[in-house]
Design a protein around this ligand. Structure first.
Ligand SMILES: [Zn+2]
Ligand SMILES: [Zn+2]
Length: 315
């Protein structure tokens, strides 16, 4: 497995309100430390001829605008425009609710979250200088109680926006199928910028996170019971944070800057007790995932963690 950084919600000048050329996007993506981007113009098909020799993985996509909100179809074939989740699924696309609480007409999502594969919890600074806004806080609350994997994307329309935030994905190869499968499975976390790094280890009874890039910030460990641990980071922004988990099913980490803006947000690793519920925790980690058919169909994607030893994920 390898770690790749990307931004799955990027607009070119072909979208209303955007003025970025493909050349400018590629330059900004490299400057932001990205390995991949998804091009998601409004109701417009991907044009591969604009993206040759980018040095990036370019995932063809589209932002679908509806009266009930916006969503992203990621992994569409070039030249294809879709107008429904069913149509996008026929092409094997990953369907992501975009900015569900965006404060403008049509931007607020009013559909069924259960119809989608993932949700954009952290949308970038397309209409503000702030990379974390009130609508992101609302999206976080919507997401935290469910099972969908979380994405963070810049929704870049203008210069200087791309890559903030960015999605950090663990995948076997830098290909569109591998990256989208990893996102679908929740094998990802969200960083405010390339400067932020989080490396999480979850064992049967403990979560440990090495954090850097969030000076004087705060790390908070959340479970299904709410926040269970809070720790201040030093001025240099680097610290290893650790806390006992006790009897919990899910655990995730938020890292915030001193003013409350998010610096990093992980997905929900799921810690299970295995068959011997009365005994000690022994199962490893998994990540909440969703098969797209039913809101109650979350499942555990087990990884290497077993009774033989601690499991580890680079979050
Ligand atoms: Zn939108
Ligand atoms: Zn957009």
């Amino acid at each position: 497995m390898a770690i790749y950084r990307g931004d799955c919600h990027v607009h070119t000048h072909r979208s209303h309100g955007a003025d970025l050329t493909p050349e400018r996007i590629v330059a900004e993506a490299h400057a932001a430390g990205l390995d991949f981007i998804a091009v998601t113009d409004h109701q417009a098909a991907f044009e591969p001829s604009s993206w040759t020799d980018s040095g990036l993985l370019i995932i063809p996509g589209q932002e679908v605008l509806t009266p009930d909100g916006h969503w992203l179809a990621l992994g569409l074939p070039p030249g294809v425009v879709v107008d429904s989740v069913a149509a996008a699924r026929r092409f094997g696309a990953l369907c992501v609710v975009a900015h569900p609480h965006a404060p403008y007409p049509g931007g607020t999502f009013r559909g069924r979250l259960g119809d989608f594969d993932a949700i954009e919890v952290w949308n970038g600074r397309w209409h503000s200088d702030l990379p974390w806004q009130a609508d992101n806080e609302s999206a976080l609350a919507t997401w935290a109680g469910g099972h969908l994997p979380a994405l963070g994307n810049s929704d870049a329309h203008l210069a200087g926006q791309l890559g903030s935030p960015q999605l950090v994905v663990e995948a076997p190869t830098l290909t569109a199928p591998a990256v989208l499968a990893a996102i679908r499975a929740g094998h990802s976390w969200i960083a405010g910028s390339r400067a932020v790094q989080v490396d999480v280890t979850v064992t049967a009874d403990r979560m440990t996170a090495r954090i850097s890039g969030a000076p004087a910030g705060t790390a908070v460990v959340h479970t299904e019971h709410g926040p269970i641990h809070r720790e201040r980071l030093p001025e240099n922004g680097s610290k290893t944070v650790s806390c006992a988990l006790g009897t919990v099913a899910t655990v995730r980490l938020e890292v915030r800057h001193p003013d409350g803006r998010m610096a990093a947000l992980t997905n929900h690793p799921v810690v299970t007790s295995g068959p011997e519920r009365a005994g000690k925790w022994h199962a490893g980690w998994g990540l909440a995932c969703y098969d797209g058919d039913s809101a109650s169909s979350s499942s555990v994607n087990r990884a290497s963690g077993t009774a033989a030893g601690p499991a580890r994920i680079r979050q």
